[in-house]
Structure formats: C-alpha cells, structure tokens
Design a protein around this ligand. Structure first.
Ligand code: GLU
Length: 297
C-alpha cells in the first residue's frame, strides 16, 4: 500500500484505519554506501520488534542528499535485505521522489513565522556562536535579517538555509515548550530540553530539506507507531518531537538500541569495508552467521 502526499487528495498524517492501525515501523537507510554489520544490527531490531508485535515493516530510502547517495547503493540495500531474509510491506518510499512534500512543510512553517532564511556561512555561524554568551557548540541561535536585507540577498540569488526559530517556537508553544517529551520504550518519559538545539536547520542551502524534516514528515505520513533505531539518533528525536508538535503529527513510541562497536570500541561506519554485508556474502558468510555476529541469533 502506498500513501503519498503528492497528488490531489490531502494526506491524513499518522492515521490508518481499522486493521491497518497496528504496530508499524520502518527501516530507513541512506544509500550513501554499502550496508554494513551495524545496519544489520538495526534491521534485526526493527524486524524482530514487528514480528513480536505482529506488525509490519516499511522500507524507506532516505536519499535526500543527492551528492552522496547512489542508485547502486540503493540496489544493494534491496539485495542485502533479501539475502538476510528480511521482507518489507508495500511499496518502498524513496524520499528524493517526494521533494514537494517537504517543501510543503517548509512553506507551512514559514507562513506561520516559525522558520527563517539563514544566509550565514558555516564560518559566520561559528563566529557568532563564539561571541554569544553561554553558547554550546551545538546550539546556534540567530534570527532573520531585516526584510530589506533579506529581499536584496534573495534578489542577488544568494543561497539560504531554513532554520527553526527557537524564539518563535517558544512563543507559539507557550507552557508546552517546557513539557515536551517522548516515550522511550522500557525507559519511560524523556523530557526534552530544546535550548540545547538552538535554531535547527530544516532545509539546507544545497538540499531543500533536511534529515529531520523529511524523516519526521514521512514517519507521520506513513503512520509509524514505533521508531526503532540506533542510539546515535536519540538526540535527533527531540527535534522530531518538536516538529510533530508544531505540525500536529502524532508522536510514535521510540526505541533506541545500542550500536555495535568494533574491537577498538568505535562504532561501525561505512568506511569499514570488510564488514559490509556484500563483502561478508562474497566471503561465504551465511545470513545466520550475520545474525549471530549482530547479536540477533
Ligand atoms: N537514514 C538514517 C540513517 O541511515 C536513519 C534514519 C532514522 O532511522 O531515523 O542513518
């Protein structure tokens, strides 16, 4: 089943009727390299959870960064998952086919004054953060330019990113701003401190969306009830919950699993070529051995 925002009928976010309103989760890799053992760990967590709950898994290709994503890597994702015996439901959603959906969210947030155009270079952002009192490296708080300056720079064709205005968000949400959080399965309620995030980039200069925006949009559009992913993404969840709140989308239950570490205690990365699933397959490793290595046997 394919649920898409493109086309004439308005989407219904986060709602599936009747029998469909069950445990629904997704595996959402980015085709920027071959899948490795760390991805297999994540995939096994996702499929296991769906199996236990009698739910389903959707496959989503998160390829908004067209400078780094490659069709060959996407093809390899299908091949590797099939080799591992992991089947997904319905059609695959490829994010790069749906840029207008993400633009619609940007337009909505801009019309509500919740985001602003940011023309700053990385260097300028760093310099401003250095000057700001009590700033932490991750938290940049800027603000829009004057209407005149902004119009001039747009006219000159200068590139800009869209940043969430923490100030506008605080004003819009009122008391709710300090009580936002999410349910982490097995851990309970997690309170969010939005001040740690500053004015988050929601669309980049070179890509008219961002991971945060497109993932959160798609999780709502595809009616995810559970998000299962590595604990490297736990801080992103705060931004996702904020977006859900601003857009009126439901917040799923989250489960962040520990990452697989190598012998040096470092997380697996795409550069660890010997541990790609393709290399393992070529070396004669069996899918059940991959399961064992991933701690899922
Ligand atoms: N596309 C992301 C990645 O490959 C995962 C996104 C998510 O699970 O939210 O790291």
């Amino acid at each position: 089943m394919r649920i898409s925002f493109s086309g004439s009928s308005a989407p219904v976010y986060g709602q599936l009727s009747g029998a469909m309103a069950q445990f629904r989760t997704r595996f959402a890799p980015s085709p920027t390299g071959l899948l490795h053992l760390g991805h297999a760990v994540s995939a096994f967590h996702v499929w296991k959870a769906a199996e236990v709950a009698g739910g389903e898994v959707i496959l989503r290709i998160e390829d908004i960064d067209q400078t780094r994503c490659k069709p060959d890597y996407e093809a390899a994702i299908y091949e590797d998952l099939e080799w591992l015996g992991l089947e997904w439901s319905g059609e695959v959603r490829r994010q790069s086919d749906h840029c207008e959906d993400y633009q619609h969210v940007i337009d909505t947030l801009a019309a509500r004054g919740l985001i602003y155009r940011c023309f700053r270079t990385r260097k300028e952002v760093m310099a401003e953060m250095d000057r700001a009192p009590h700033s932490t490296p991750a938290a940049f708080v800027g603000g829009p330019l004057s209407f005149e300056e902004e119009s001039e720079r747009i006219e000159r064709g200068e590139a800009f990113a869209w940043r969430l205005s923490l100030k506008a968000v605080r004003e819009t949400l009122g008391n709710q701003f300090d009580t936002l959080g999410f349910e982490e399965e097995g851990e309970g309620w997690q309170q969010i401190d939005l001040a740690l995030f500053g004015d988050v980039v929601l669309a980049r200069k070179d890509t008219p969306t961002s991971y945060h925006l497109s993932t959160t949009h798609d999780d709502a559009l595809q009616a995810m009830t559970h998000i299962i992913r590595g604990d490297d993404l736990v801080s992103s969840t705060s931004v996702h919950v904020l977006l859900q709140t601003l857009m009126g989308w439901p917040t799923p239950v989250y489960r962040h699993h520990p990452l697989l570490l190598d012998e040096m205690g470092k997380r697996f990365a795409k550069r660890d070529k010997s541990r790609t699933l393709r290399a393992m397959r070529t070396d004669g490793v069996s899918p059940s051995e991959v399961r064992r290595l991933a701690g899922a046997a």
